[in-house]
Design a binder for this molecule. Structure first.
Ligand code: T4K
Length: 409
């Protein structure tokens, strides 16, 4: 019998450097009274991350969304840009903000990344670029995407928001296409509270990104292209430097949790694991399962609710699909009939809690809750109604405004 957790177990928790370390890191910022506009901390973090990500150039930004928008502006997108609907809204938003129209393309049923064959079918004379997402940190088929881009003369900007530390065949995940965006948001493996970066091998693009992030101002003080205020400030950069020192430990602990989930969930009927563990997938950004309702005995939404009764706050990343959001559903490419795999997958995926500070016993308990749920009669589990006075637990407010409940296990 598994008891509900007394505190909410969230899908992730940020790396938190010791407060005294953060204060120490902020001392030089205070002493210099230099808070933003590409100061010493920013330059130091950029250099450290360039090395860590093994990329020739890196431009830091105040978040991943502005980084992706600037990268798309920098490569000069226009007309149509092919991307995946199975992503966070930031991806199509960046395409729109850079002045192009997203064209949603179906995904591969196993990797949940863009299906290269489907990309080919969507290319028109108006297509200028492809924005693939390394979803949940799993690398896209970069070789096939590159060959399509070369054949049709298209730009490729990767959204690697989830793929910090990823690689393909021993090569940094940030070294493909024209550019690769990383997110350094608090919910990511490495973070600067809010932040992002664009890696590129193109010196010209790197120079353009440096200008675009600073209102478009160039070395002479002139402005050729309309830019943004996309600068990462010194406080964030200093926290990033402290966080970076903890990333290896975080990664090791996360891999341990992934191994526990994988071992305990692999044989549960109706559960399939989307995100393989180390060494097949080095990123450990998310642990995502897919629920086959018929075999499992309840559907994904019922399992989400069931986990909530134990104070486990899983997430339905990425549901609803971007193509079904009000902002995008009227696009011709958003028709559900054109995106059968993405629409099916969006109803099945569930991201389980994964972060370094999650106790292994908690991961075991979460896997056990899922295993036991699969054996319950579907009706009883679906209702999951309290049958006795619930134990005393905190009732966390969820980000969608609802409150997590508790019922006896
Ligand atoms: N492309 C892709 C593919 C992305 O997934 C994202 C962002 C982007 C682009 C854009 O990058 P950024 O502009 O954000 O750098 C979260 C993140 O806010 C978002 O960055 C991320 N993707 C997305 C997948 O997840 P929410 O709405 O799920 O966040 P929230 O506030 O519900 O946080 C999730 C859980 O994390 C909470 O339940 C508790 C925990 N948490 C969160 C925060 C903010 C903490 O413990 N502490 C915290 O400070 O979007």
């Amino acid at each position: 019998m598994v008891k509900p957790f007394t505190q909410p177990i969230y899908v992730t928790r940020p790396i938190l450097p010791d407060l005294a370390t953060v204060t120490e890191r902020l001392r030089p910022v205070w002493e210099a009274a230099w808070l933003t506009n590409t100061g010493a901390q920013h330059r130091a973090l950029e250099a450290r991350l360039r090395e860590r990500l093994a990329v020739p150039h890196l431009a830091l930004f105040n978040n991943g969304t502005s980084a992706l928008t600037a990268a798309l502006m920098g490569v000069g997108v226009a007309g149509e840009v092919i991307t995946t609907p199975f992503t966070f809204p930031a991806t199509p938003h960046a395409i729109r903000m850079a002045g192009a129209t997203p064209v949603f393309c179906d995904i591969d049923d196993r990797t949940l990344n863009l299906d290269p064959q489907a990309i080919r079918r969507l290319i028109t004379p108006r297509t200028t670029a492809i924005v693939p997402v390394h979803v949940f940190g799993r690398a896209c088929d970069v070789a096939r995407i590159q060959s399509i881009a070369r054949e049709y003369g298209l730009r490729v900007v990767y959204d690697a928001a989830h793929a910090f530390g990823g690689s393909v065949g021993g090569q940094s995940i940030g070294s493909f296409g024209d550019a690769t965006m990383f997110s350094f948001h608090a919910t990511k493996m490495f973070h600067t509270v809010e932040g992002g970066g664009v890696a590129t091998a193109r010196g010209d693009l790197h120079a353009a990104l440096d200008r675009l992030r600073n209102f478009g101002i160039d070395e002479t003080g002139d402005v050729e292209a309309v830019g943004m205020n996309g600068k990462l400030n010194e406080v964030q950069a200093a926290i990033g430097l402290a966080t970076l020192e903890l990333v290896d430990d975080e990664l090791m602990n996360r891999r341990r949790i992934v191994a526990i989930y994988t071992r305990l969930l692999a044989c549960v009927p109706g559960v399939s694991i989307v995100t393989p563990g180390w060494p097949d997938q080095p990123t450990a950004a998310y642990f995502v399962i897919r629920i086959d309702a018929a075999r499992f005995g309840m559907d994904r939404d019922a399992l989400y609710e069931h986990l909530l009764t134990y104070n486990v706050v899983s997430r339905k990343y990425f549901s609803p699909l971007c193509s079904n959001l009000t902002a995008y559903r009227d696009l011709p490419s958003s028709a559900p009939s054109a995106l059968p795999i993405a629409n099916r997958v969006a109803g099945q995926v569930l991201a389980l809690p994964l972060y370094g500070a999650l106790p292994p016993t908690a991961a075991q308990a979460i896997a056990e809750i899922i295993r036991l749920a699969s054996r319950r009669p579907a009706r009883a589990t679906r209702l999951a109604a309290p049958t006795a006075a619930p134990p005393t637990v905190r009732h966390p407010r969820l980000t969608d405004g609802r409150v997590a409940r508790s019922v006896p296990a």
